[in-house]
Design a protein around this ligand. Structure first.
Ligand code: RAM
Length: 352
């Protein structure tokens, strides 16, 4: 299987990458366990292997991230490339997959943590066996990984969502957050910054956050949580859902309810999933980054760690192929790119 490099502005190539990976992940999900070897196979002396462990496999966002990841891993020169992971994003669901990689002697594990600490002991064992650990999307406790590849500056993710909801509700009223799982590092960091911004920015004095609920990145549960919010808070004016699963499920609920066009919805969504809800007036604007780039840069970071050209120290620089040279910041943090806001004017320019 070939993977096409994510190149900003070349939408058709990206669509192809997404379709290819969606097919591979579908194979994984319907196969016996939750894994697939999509590379040329490791084994020969000196070969480097990488395994991606996303939060969960049955998530369209994950498919796009892994498309970039597998493409980046191929371009970086890994000879064994695998994707394994749980079908739901519970805290300890990734431990058995990490243990299997330790047993297999995998060179690099790239993981989006469902819980910052639950994966810790297993990752420590993997490291003791020689593996390099790249966290991406959702960080582990920093002591358990070499670098964290973050899609954007965490605070910027929070600020853009607060700004969008404030605009959409006219600057005052009750809002709620519909998140993914309660343990997810990325979600909790964004929510912390959202709460801080609401509390400290005078522009948002008249906005009240009344509830935080968790759809667990499960479509049905997210849909039900959205429904529950609207019933429990009759004065609710807006919902922020910083998860692609949550925002799509909430939009689906709103779109056929009396709340359509009356209760605002923003957050982080995939343009292809959100397009119908932007076109039908359920959603005005939402944000995201390019998920394929996240996986792509993570693969190159893993290669640089495995080669020993970086250790994850501040100031380390590594080549990230089409994404250019990247620098490691404080606490092993690597930032990929800026967030984009999608609305009726630009959504048709994106295909992921
Ligand atoms: C969901 C997941 C993921 C997050 C995106 C925005 O798919 O929770 O971790 O980064 O949304």
């Amino acid at each position: 299987m070939e993977f096409i490099r994510p190149t900003t502005g070349r939408r058709t190539r990206r669509l192809f990458a997404f379709a290819a990976v969606a097919a591979s992940v579908a194979l994984v999900a319907s196969g016996c366990a939750s894994g697939s070897d999509v590379g040329t196979g490791a084994g020969a002396e000196g070969d480097l292997s990488v395994t991606f462990i996303p939060k969960q496999l049955n998530n369209p966002y994950t498919d796009v991230v892994l498309g970039g990841g597998q493409d980046g891993a191929t371009a970086a020169g890994f000879t064994g490339i695998e994707v394994v992971g749980p079908l739901e994003a519970s805290a300890s669901s990734q431990v058995s997959f990490i243990n299997a990689e330790t047993q297999a002697g995998t060179s690099v594990i790239v993981i989006a943590a469902n819980d910052p600490d639950a994966v810790g002991p297993a990752l420590e064992e993997a490291r003791a066996a020689g593996a390099k650990i790249v966290a991406f999307d959702s960080d582990t406790n920093p002591k358990y990984r070499d670098v964290f590849i973050s899609q954007v500056v965490a605070k910027d993710v929070a600020l853009i969502q607060v700004k969008l909801i404030a605009e959409q509700i006219g600057g005052s009223g009750e809002i709620a957050i519909l998140s993914a799982t309660a343990n997810a590092t990325n979600q909790n960091e964004w929510i912390k910054f959202i709460e801080e911004e609401l509390a400290s920015n005078p522009d948002y004095t008249d906005i009240t956050l009344v509830a935080k609920v968790y759809g667990d990145d499960d479509d049905t549960k997210s849909f039900q949580e959205a429904q529950g919010l609207l019933q429990a808070y009759p004065n609710l004016k807006g919902i922020i859902s910083p998860t692609t699963v949550g925002i799509a499920a909430t939009a689906r609920y709103l779109s056929t309810s009396d709340y359509k066009g009356k209760v605002a919805l923003t957050g982080l969504g995939l343009p292809n999933e959100m397009r119908p809800f932007v076109k039908d007036g359920t959603v005005t604007a939402f944000a995201l980054w390019d998920p394929a780039q996240l996986g792509y840069v993570a693969a190159f970071a893993g290669k640089a760690l495995a080669d020993g050209t970086i250790t994850g120290a501040k100031g380390d620089k590594f080549d990230a192929g089409d994404m250019g040279e990247r620098e490691v910041g404080a606490d092993g943090l690597v930032i990929v790119g800026p967030p984009t806001t999608f609305n009726a004017d630009n959504i048709d320019d994106y295909d992921f």
